[in-house]
Ligand binder design. Structure first.
Ligand code: HEM
Length: 425
């Protein structure tokens, strides 16, 4: 949910003292008219339905694994095994009859933990609902011959599950609010840091420009002086290239660190893509790689984007694709509706509150990306090439994010970059 944040779980501890938690629990119990008799009813029911706990836990996790939104927060099979044991324990405590401070704290921890793993709270509520249905069904079977006892037992267990839900929800909300606060703070710190780096580098680039120009002038004079010595002239050219590289580096760091102000205008997507490709053809005549460009039928053709920024992004991706494909390689560029558009039945149109988004995928015929995790390549100064500053993809990501979009590597054997971008703000 917040992939770029590094949050220490302790930072999410919301200041609720033991006394406050106890008071909070007391209020909830009053509200729901929870009594000692309810506790006894729950314990008695627990003895009758405990043999169903393993089936309930299996059902709980098979449902979680069936849905992408819940499955994606899980790491691996082992974690599921561990979580199943945790849920068994949770059920045992639910029917355990001891509803003290330790109990409330454990429930509070569940809400907090779910924020950290990026679980959408809706699913925890739905999962609790599903568990409630299973428990109610097990109770109906257990009290088949004693309907009077059944209604009392159901009332008590449902009160307790409402208490659970209230505690988990409350912890979730507070921790989520704290996470938003921390995220805003971290983003602020990061932009302040970038602004400071930007200022410093701008100053440095400015001061160095004169020195670089002087060096270039001296080297040109030197090259003329020694023109009869080709080996020495080649060395001078290498120094000149190194100075050019230094200049490019300054410019790119400045570009990366400077705040982005978008100059949005209507941009024709197919024209933009072809312009970027032709620019590279013009620069590297002849480009041996071929571009195969496709755009899905019926897609809007224009985006409200900063044309120069998006040109920079696409040119950078095309350049990388050409480098990776080698001689006679093929570069594919496909423009598709972003998944949330594609999922909608055409007759429904788009909901007013969701801006339409498109997806641009660029893939090459090279050997693929062997970096783990592939997202590392968006980190500043990460490079596998001998040339370049290692800032190209980091700058591209910033530009795409400034447009409200995202750029990622698509998992698979080929190198495929995917940009998902709103067409308008
Ligand atoms: C009835 C609703 C749920 C209950 C009672 C529940 C219970 C728990 C408990 C007791 C923990 C351990 C908390 C700790 O002490 O750190 C936990 C953690 C976790 N829960 Fe849930 N959960 C529920 C819903 C879900 C759902 C729908 C998912 C979806 C995938 C989920 C995924 C996880 C994960 C991934 C962890 C972290 C486990 C770890 O640290 O490895 N939970 N949950």
């Amino acid at each position: 949910m917040f992939p770029s944040l590094e949050i220490n779980p302790q930072d999410l501890v919301v200041d609720k003292s033991d006394q406050e938690l106890q008071e909070f629990f007391g209020q909830l119990r009053d509200y729901l008219e929870w009594s000692e008799e309810d506790a006894e009813q729950v314990v008695a029911l627990g003895a009758l339905v405990a043999h169903q706990f393993p089936a309930m836990v299996d059902d709980f996790y098979s449902e979680i694994l069936r849905h992408a939104a819940t499955r994606q927060v899980l790491k691996d099979e082992q974690q599921v095994v561990r979580l199943k044991q945790t849920l068994q324990l949770w059920l045992a405590q639910l029917f355990g009859g001891v509803y003290d401070l330790k109990y409330v704290k454990a429930r509070w921890q569940v809400g907090r933990r779910h924020v950290l793993i990026g679980l959408d709270q809706t699913y925890a509520t739905a999962a609790l609902g599903r568990l409630r249905i299973r428990i109610n069904a097990a109770a109906s079977v257990a009290f088949e011959t004693a309907p009077g006892h059944l209604s009392q037992a159901l009332r008590s267990i449902n009160k307790l599950m409402d208490l659970e839900s209230a505690i988990i929800n409350s912890a979730y909300q507070l921790s989520f609010a704290r996470l938003i606060e921390l995220s805003a703070k971290q983003q602020m710190q990061q932009s302040e840091r970038l602004a400071a780096i930007g200022q410093m580098v701008t100053g440095l680039a400015h001061e160095s420009r004169n020195a670089l120009q002087r060096s270039h002038a001296c080297l040109e004079t030197l090259a003329m002086e020694i023109e009869d010595r080709p080996d020495a002239v080649r060395l001078v050219q290498r120094v000149q290239n190194a100075l050019d590289h230094l200049h490019t580096l300054y410019e790119e760091v400045r570009n990366y660190a400077a705040p982005i102000k978008l100059d949005r205008q209507a941009v024709s997507i197919p024209k933009l893509i072809m312009r970027c490709w032709h620019q590279l053809e013009h620069k590297w005549k002849p480009v041996n790689s071929k571009l195969r460009f496709e755009m899905a039928d019926g897609l809007p053709c224009d985006g409200q984007w900063d044309s120069l920024r998006m040109e920079q992004v696409l040119t950078n991706l095309f350049q990388n694709a050409i480098d990776a494909s080698g001689d006679q390689g093929e570069v594919n560029c496909v423009v598709l509706p972003a998944p949330d558009i594609a999922e909608l039945p055409p007759a429904d149109g788009l909901p007013a509150d969701r801006p339409p988004r498109i997806m641009i995928e660029i893939s090459d015929s090279g050997p693929g990306i062997s970096i783990h995790p592939p997202s590392k390549i968006f980190e500043p100064f990460f490079t596998t090439k001998t040339k370049g500053t290692g800032l190209g993809l980091a700058i591209s990501r910033r530009a795409v994010q400034a447009h409200g979009g995202e750029i990622d590597v698509v998992p698979g054997s080929k190198a495929t970059f995917r940009i998902v971008l709103p067409l308008v703000t």
